[in-house]
Design a protein around this ligand. Structure first.
Ligand SMILES: *[C@@H]1O[C@H](CO)[C@@H](O)[C@H](O)[C@H]1NC(C)=O
Ligand SMILES: *[C@@H]1O[C@H](CO)[C@@H](O)[C@H](O)[C@H]1NC(C)=O
Ligand SMILES: *[C@@H]1O[C@H](CO)[C@@H](O)[C@H](O)[C@H]1NC(C)=O
Ligand SMILES: *[C@@H]1O[C@H](CO)[C@@H](O)[C@H](O)[C@H]1NC(C)=O
Length: 297
C-alpha cells in the first residue's frame, strides 16, 4: 500500500514537470550569443506569424531577411522591443560606399505593421540624382524632406573623413547648383528606403541609444535600429500561454495564433479544455487529468 502511494506521488511529482519543461522551451533558441524568443523564431510554426521566415541562423550568425535584402542582426533588445541590423554596404563616417550596393530598407507590406526603423534612427541618403523623388520640390526646398533626426544630420556628416577622401564634403552645402550630396531623414517620412527608386548612390544610417549629446559623426553608432511591435491581443494571448508553460506559435497555414502544449495545440492556453487534437489518442493532459481525478476522488 505504501509502495502504491509513493508510486502515485512520484508520478504526480515528476510527470507534470517533465511534460511542462518539454513544452515551454520548444520555441526558444540561440544563434551565436543572441537569444531568439517570442515574437521571433528560427522554427516554422513558432513565434508570431508577422515574423515568420524573417530570421535565419547561418554558422552562428543571425541574419534578418526582408525584401530589400539580408542584414546581420547585432542584437535584439526584448525590453525595448528593438533590434540592431548591419548592412556591409552601409556607409559610415570612415567608409563611404557608393554604386547603389547598399540594401536600404524595404519591408514586405504585410510585415510593415510589425517592423519599422526607430524614429530615433537617421537615414542619410548619399549621391541622389536631381530627378530623385526626394527633390521633387527642388530647388525651392519647400518639399525637400531632408532634416536632422535626433541631433544627427548631413551638416555634421559632411565633416566625415570618408566624404573628404572622395572630395565630396563641400558639394552638398548649398542647394545652388545641384542637389545636396547628402539628405538626412527619418524612415517615417518616406516609409521605404529603396536606393534605386530614390535614385541614390548609397546611404548611411545611425541611431542614438542614450539621450546624450554626441560630439560628432565619428561617434554616432552606425547601423539600422528597428522597432518591432506585436498587437496587444497577441501579447496577452502569449502571456497566458507561457503562464501555463506553453510556447507561443501560430498555425502554419491560416496564421492564427496557437499555444503549443507539447503533444497538443490550444487556441487559448495549456490549461484549456479546447484542444486541437488529432482524433483518437488521449492527450497527455487528459491522462494527467485522469491520474489527478483517480487520486483525489
Ligand atoms: C556577442 O558576441 C559578440 C562577439 O562575437 C560581442 O561583441 C557581443 O557583445 C556579444 N553580445 C552579448 C549580448 O553578449
Ligand atoms: C502544433 O502547431 C505547430 C505549429 O503550427 C505544428 O508544427 C505542430 O505539428 C502542431 N502539433 C500538433 C500536435 O498538432
Ligand atoms: C525598389 O524600386 C525599384 C524601382 O522602382 C523596384 O523595381 C524594386 O522592386 C524596389 N525594390 C524593393 C525591394 O521593393
Ligand atoms: C541640423 O543641425 C545642424 C547643427 O546642429 C544645423 O546647423 C542645421 O541647420 C540643421 N539642419 C536642418 C536641416 O535642420
Amino acid at each position: 500500500m505504501s509502495n502504491l502511494v509513493s508510486f502515485i506521488s512520484l508520478q504526480f511529482l515528476f510527470v507534470p514537470l517533465v511534460y511542462s519543461f518539454g513544452a515551454s522551451h520548444v520555441c526558444r533558441s540561440f544563434c551565436g550569443n543572441i537569444t531568439i524568443d517570442y515574437p521571433f523564431t528560427l522554427q516554422s510554426g513558432c513565434g508570431h506569424s508577422g515574423y515568420r521566415d524573417l530570421l535565419f541562423c547561418i554558422n552562428d550568425v543571425l541574419m534578418f531577411h526582408i525584401s530589400s535584402g539580408s542584414y546581420r542582426v547585432l542584437d535584439i533588445d526584448y525590453a525595448y522591443r528593438s533590434m540592431t541590423l548591419h548592412d556591409p554596404h552601409l556607409s559610415t563616417c570612415d567608409s563611404i560606399v557608393l554604386g547603389g550596393k547598399g540594401n536600404g530598407f524595404v519591408v514586405e507590406p504585410w510585415r510593415a505593421p510589425y517592423l519599422n526603423p526607430s524614429p530615433d534612427n537617421v537615414f542619410m541618403l548619399l549621391g541622389c540624382s536631381a530627378r530623385s523623388p526626394l527633390f521633387q520640390g527642388f530647388p525651392t526646398r519647400t518639399h525637400v524632406p531632408c532634416r536632422n533626426v535626433s541631433g544627427m544630420g548631413c551638416e555634421e556628416f559632411y565633416s566625415c573623413q570618408g566624404l573628404m577622401d572622395l572630395g565630396l564634403n563641400h558639394m552638398g552645402l548649398s542647394y545652388g547648383s545641384g542637389p545636396p550630396i547628402c539628405c538626412a531623414l527619418p524612415y517615417d517620412s518616406i516609409k521605404s528606403v529603396n536606393l534605386s527608386k530614390l535614385e541614390c548612390q548609397g546611404y548611411s544610417s545611425a541611431y542614438t541609444l542614450a539621450p546624450l549629446r554626441l560630439s560628432g559623426p565619428s561617434e554616432w553608432t552606425y547601423g539600422i535600429r528597428v522597432k518591432y511591435d506585436v498587437e496587444s491581443s497577441h501579447d496577452s494571448f502569449c502571456k497566458a500561454c507561457e503562464a501555463t508553460l506553453g510556447s507561443c506559435g501560430h498555425d502554419v497555414r491560416g496564421f492564427e495564433q496557437l499555444c503549443m502544449c507539447g503533444s497538443w495545440n490550444s487556441t487559448s492556453n495549456c490549461d484549456s479544455s479546447i484542444k486541437l487534437q488529432v482524433a483518437g489518442a488521449m492527450s497527455a493532459p487528459d491522462k494527467l487529468q485522469g491520474y489527478y481525478n483517480s487520486f483525489v476522488i
